[in-house]
Design a protein around this ligand. Structure first.
Ligand code: ZN
Length: 735
């Protein structure tokens, strides 16, 4: 069976929850009813979600496999594909009463399985070993580790320790692979599933795992290094100057990717060619668990993000993760998608509009059975041609360095990724359209982008420097902000002057520190920043000073090199503020005040001044955010009204807080113009407007002058989301 899809952008993913009630009480008619409801809601693919920590349910695998078969049979009767999804290797471990209480009150608790507390805590033989024998081993203790991890939260991107209250199994342990694939093989043979998501393939123990005998042997075989013993662990762990530690992080990342590749080979052996969607909540700030999501990205049919926070207060942060997923997915030639957890009708509409504006598919799992995304499913189905394979038109691309994030410093999220994300957010809220390039991209890929922004890119290889230099020589504009290139991939240090010299810059940095106001003058435009900090001033050596301190200190330069240009700003402009995602707490949640004014005054103003052109300008106030794509030769613009979504002060919020502009009957916007700078001067045949908020289409007034198009959006048309279709005259309209 081969599940590659002819129209991957037309899938509409929904989530189907099953637990003990479905497994033990449902009859055939119940499954058919569920399938019908799913179909009626407008979905085409069901991702299953239930008995998630699968190894904790080992005693019920037969019943679970049979249920997956029943679900698939019923859903297939309605033409709906089924993707089985579960946590590959997490288990519950209830070591004390507090954990028992915590488990029983968690959303994963399912008391309908007979003797679950006993069976889930047993230590059965699976795949030839006792289950506890294939747990990930914590290097600091030599014992089985908790499935714990460290992630970042908050506007200062501080570290937070979390764990799921259980264990995780080792991907390099042969018994785990055997036990897991035996279960998978039975699912595949019993149930005719269309796809599979092997979730959570990552290393836990707060970063200390795994140091089992298999990991030790493989690490030595692949790198020539020995892993340390618990007594020497503390000097090794998080020592970013130790090549063995860096090699181990790289090894873990490769191992989690290799595990997915081993599953791929296993599926092929069974002649099973599943859809394999994969997701990650946050890629930009950290990768503490060396997750297999990036390293096996060649395997995914859908590359998506889990938007875990409250939509209203987290959309800015979600938007920059979307830039990453869109770019990664487009390298792999597959759709990207965003998963949301809306709690209200208005946040469902808002989330759907945001995802589609980011060039992504939408999927939502509802907090309540009364919520439905059906109106938006119907809308996107009707306008499927306008959402099919959108090719982003961007004003700039950010240079993303996984090596900087992973291998430079224990505080890389705070030191380097926060400023990086701050510039990405600044672009988003300042009306610039952003794309992303990766360090492994080819020169042809880099050269598709007029302007590449490289903020706080620390670990850079010689090959990357040469590629960036070539990008500039061929006509690109490279903007380097903050520290750059001060570590090599082998963790040896390099001075910033050596790094920029390799790019072909003649300017150099001295050690004269600066703090104060500064003014940029560039291509006839100027702007004053209030708070610029620099560890050095620039000796221009013939390059053109563009950023000057209060006493004429040179803080940034522009230098033309062959066909292109480098802008070098080795300083901090503003505080690199960051609008974080807000993870919901049990009742009230602490939300942060909007940093949009600061983002716009600093990074946003800087980037707006440095881009060659803006392809899209929405003159409806800065909170109506526009994105633009080429779709089937036509242009498609999305407008999303984000006004007043963020609070002015830090405050307590609820997940049910309304987003008024997405409520039915909300006050519509006044008239405003939209300016588009098209990539080619082609005659426009028509401009059409659509929204879930009105029936049919509207034809606004517009004027074209070569590449420039001005569309007058009429008043009282929409409040939340508008879709603009610009029909190019020699294209057949497919809509
Ligand atoms: Zn191991």
């Amino acid at each position: 069976m081969n599940n590659s899809l002819a129209t991957p952008w037309e899938e509409r993913f929904g989530w189907f929850w099953y637990g003990s009630d479905v497994i033990y009480n449902w009859e055939e008619k119940d499954f058919l009813n569920a399938a019908k409801n799913f179909y009626d809601a407008g979905n085409t693919t069901a991702i299953l979600f239930g008995t998630h920590f699968r190894f904790s349910y080992w005693a019920y695998w037969d019943d679970i496999e049979d249920t997956i078969a029943k679900i698939t049979k019923a859903f297939h009767a309605y033409g709906i594909k089924v993707i089985e999804h579960h946590s590959t290797h997490l288990t519950y471990r209830i070591d004390n009463d507090a954990m028992k209480q915590s488990y029983l009150s968690s959303s994963f608790a399912d008391k309908g399985f007979k003797n679950f507390l006993e069976t889930s805590q047993a230590n059965p033989v699976l795949g030839g070993s006792h289950m506890d024998d294939f747990g990930q081993i914590d290097g600091s203790t030599g014992e089985i580790c908790l499935n714990s991890y460290i992630h970042t939260e908050g506007k200062d991107v501080h570290w937070v320790f979390k764990h799921y209250g259980g264990n995780a199994h080792c991907f390099n342990h042969p018994s785990f692979f055997k036990a897991y694939t035996e279960h998978l093989e039975r699912i595949i043979k019993k149930a005719n599933i269309d796809g599979i998501m092997n979730d959570d393939v990552q290393w836990f123990g707060a970063g200390n795992a795994c140091t089992c005998q298999y990991c030790r042997e493989l690490f030595y075989k692949e790198t020539g290094y020995h892993l340390l013993d618990p007594e020497n662990w503390s000097s090794f762990y998080e020592n970013y100057n130790d090549p063995v530690y860096i090699a181990w992080k790289r090894f873990k990342k490769k191992s989690s990717g290799d595990f997915h590749r081993k599953l791929d080979a296993f599926y092929k052996e069974l002649d099973f060619h599943p859809l394999r969607p994969a997701y990650c909540a946050e890629v930009l700030p950290f990768d503490t668990t060396c997750y297999g999501f990036e390293s096996a990205s060649e395997l995914w049919n859908y590359i998506f993000q889990e938007c875990c926070g409250l939509i209203k207060y987290s959309y800015v942060c979600f938007a920059i993760e979307a830039v990453h997923r869109y770019a990664l997915a487009s390298r792999r030639g597959v759709p990207s998608m965003a998963l949301f957890y809306p709690a209200t009708e208005d946040s469902t509409y808002c989330a759907w509009a945001l995802a589609r504006s980011w060039g992504q598919l939408y999927t939502g799992t509802m907090h309540s059975n009364t919520l439905s995304d059906k109106p938006y499913r119907a809308f996107e189905k009707k306008h499927a041609a306008l959402y099919n394979n959108p090719l982003k038109i961007s004003d700039l691309a950010f240079y993303f360095s996984e090596m900087t994030r992973d291998y430079t410093s224990p505080n890389a999220p705070q030191k380097y990724m926060k400023p990086f994300m701050s510039y990405m957010e600044a672009a988003y809220v300042s009306g610039l359209t952003s794309d992303m390039v990766f360090c492994r991209d080819s020169i042809e890929e880099l050269s598709k982008h007029e302007v590449i922004i490289a903020p706080y890119i620390i670990m850079v290889g010689e090959d990357e420097l040469e590629k960036l230099a070539q990008y500039v020589r061929l006509g690109g504009k490279l903007v380097i902000i903050g520290e750059f290139g001060t570590k090599k991939p082998d963790i040896q240090k390099r001075s910033i002057n050596e790094a920029v010299s390799a790019l072909g810059l003649t300017a150099r940095l001295n050690e004269e520190v600066y703090h104060g106001k500064a003014e940029i003058n560039y291509q006839g435009k100027s702007y004053r920043f209030n708070n610029v900090t620099s560890d050095g001033c620039v000796i221009p050596n013939g390059s053109e000073p563009i950023l000057l301190g209060e006493n004429g200190e040179i803080l940034g330069v522009s230098e033309k090199i062959e066909q292109g240009e480098i802008i070098w700003l080795p300083c901090d402009i503003g505080n690199n503020d960051f609008q974080p995602a807000i993870w919901p707490q049990a009742k009230e949640t602490d939300a942060y005040a909007s940093v949009l004014p600061s983002l716009r005054e600093n990074g946003g103003a800087l980037l707006s001044l440095l881009v060659n052109q803006k392809h899209l300008t929405v003159l409806a106030g800065e909170d109506v955010i526009g994105t633009i794509y080429k779709v089937n030769g036509d242009y498609v613009v999305h407008l999303v009204n984000t006004i007043d979504m963020l609070p002015e002060e830090d405050c307590k919020v609820f997940k049910t807080d309304t987003i008024p502009q997405f409520l039915e009957g909300a006050k519509k916007l006044k008239a405003f113009p939209v300016q588009i700078n098209m990539t080619e001067a082609k005659d426009i045949k028509a401009v059409k407007l659509y929204s879930p908020e009105f029936v049919g289409e509207r034809s606004p007034d517009y004027t074209q002058n070569g590449k420039n198009l001005l569309i007058n959006i009429p008043e009282n048309l929409f409040s939340g989301y508008l879709l603009i279709h610009i029909v190019i005259s020699n294209n057949e309209s497919k809509n």
